[in-house]
Design a protein around this ligand. Structure first.
Ligand code: NAD
Ligand code: AKB
Length: 319
């Protein structure tokens, strides 16, 4: 029987991935953890407070609950990482090596660890960025993700482990508030549209970034984890494409259901990060190896985001 530990479970990805894991493995077999506690303590299922820098507590939790798989999501995202690089290095790298060492020691069957399009830098091809290319990330977050990919590949090869990874594009979901990333503007914009009918973008109007609606990201994760190991040809982290759009294009998509919505642009340090990342991604390795196919386009995602958030926020001119 599979028993699952999820770290960083209260974040944007964890909030939706935990529900999918509970559906697949049974709520009683999923142990969601985070350094923070759930708001109003209203978490459905097992929840435990856990700091990924506290190796002894992680080891104790794995032993006590007979954990067989780990989804290690805890991290500091790109924009926040630029404000505290040393903290980002500790959480992203020391947290990862704690998990890898404990996974080895406790003979964990499978580990999932997410990487990011942040592994790419300004020297890589911007359009349809290949799986393997020059990387040279310029952000501390991207550096930790690239080092993390190499670390996972090393543990796989050296200790014959099964650690799998995806290079997510910017993820867009309604389950949790944005977590300090550069692509998080594309989550904030929906909240702002419904709350104030206007948004000031920290990213320039025509800077395209690869993005993905959260249900696609969750499905990709479960599909990769279910794939037969012998079919997987990428030993670092799979490129994942999704949909690419600019702030001006997402604004136009929102205006289809909210014609009064206004967008302004005040690019800040996040624009520098965004313009060092790809415009779009080549994910043919994922399509070939485990038949990955994206489902949501920009307008489909916009319709769902507005419909879900409308139930949570006071509405402003939604037609
Ligand atoms: P998030 O910032 O929303 O959530 C991260 C969670 O980690 C938070 O709930 C936070 O409380 C927790 N955390 C921070 N420090 C911790 C610690 N010391 N111990 C335990 N928990 C701690 O991030 P997310 O968007 O959910 O991202 C999850 C993972 O996916 C990260 O590894 C991130 O790098 C990766 N990823 C996310 C995106 C995206 O667009 N959201 C894109 C690419 C990759
Ligand atoms: C960020 O912007 O930092 C994340 C990511 C793309 O990894 N959303």
């Amino acid at each position: 029987m599979d028993r699952i530990l999820v770290t960083g479970a209260l974040g944007q990805l964890g909030t939706e991935l935990v529900v999918a894991l509970q559906g697949k493995y049974g709520s009683e077999n999923v142990f969601a953890t985070d350094i923070h506690t759930p708001l109003n303590n209203n978490f459905e299922g097992n929840f435990l407070t856990l700091d990924v820098l506290d190796k002894r507590s992680i080891s104790e939790l794995i032993r006590r609950h007979d954990i067989t798989q780990i989804y290690h999501l805890a991290a500091i995202l790109s924009a926040n990482a630029e404000k505290s690089p040393e903290l980002a290095w500790r959480i992203n790298m020391d947290g990862l090596i704690n998990i890898l060492e404990l996974a080895k020691e406790h003979h964990i069957q499978k580990v999932y660890w997410p990487s990011s399009i942040a592994v790419f830098g300004p020297d890589c091809p911007k359009d349809i960025t290949p799986q393997n290319t020059i990387m040279n990330p310029r952000t501390i977050y991207g550096i930790t993700k690239l080092a993390g990919e190499k670390l996972c590949a090393y543990y796989n090869a050296k200790f014959d482990m099964d650690i799998r990874s995806l290079r997510y594009p910017g993820l867009i979901g309604h389950g949790a508030l944005p977590g300090g990333g550069t692509t998080d503007y594309a989550v904030e914009i929906y909240h702002a549209a419904l709350k104030d009918a206007k948004y000031t973008s920290p990213i320039a109007a025509d800077t395209a970034l690869p993005m993905m609606y959260m249900p696609d990201a969750v499905r990709a994760t479960l599909e990769l984890m279910d794939a037969k190991k012998e079919y997987l040809t990428v030993n670092t982290s799979y490129n994942l494409a999704g949909i690419s759009f600019t702030p001006s294009e997402i604004a136009k998509s929102i205006q289809k259901s909210m014609p009064d919505f206004i967008i302004n642009y005040e690019p800040d340090f996040r624009e520098t990060i965004a313009s060092s990342w790809p415009n779009s991604i080549d994910d043919s390795a994922a399509s070939n190896d485990w038949k990955w196919k994206v489902a949501y386009d920009l307008d489909g995602m916009t319709r769902e985001m507005i419909s879900h958030l409308k139930k949570k926020l006071p509405p402003v001119n939604v037609y």
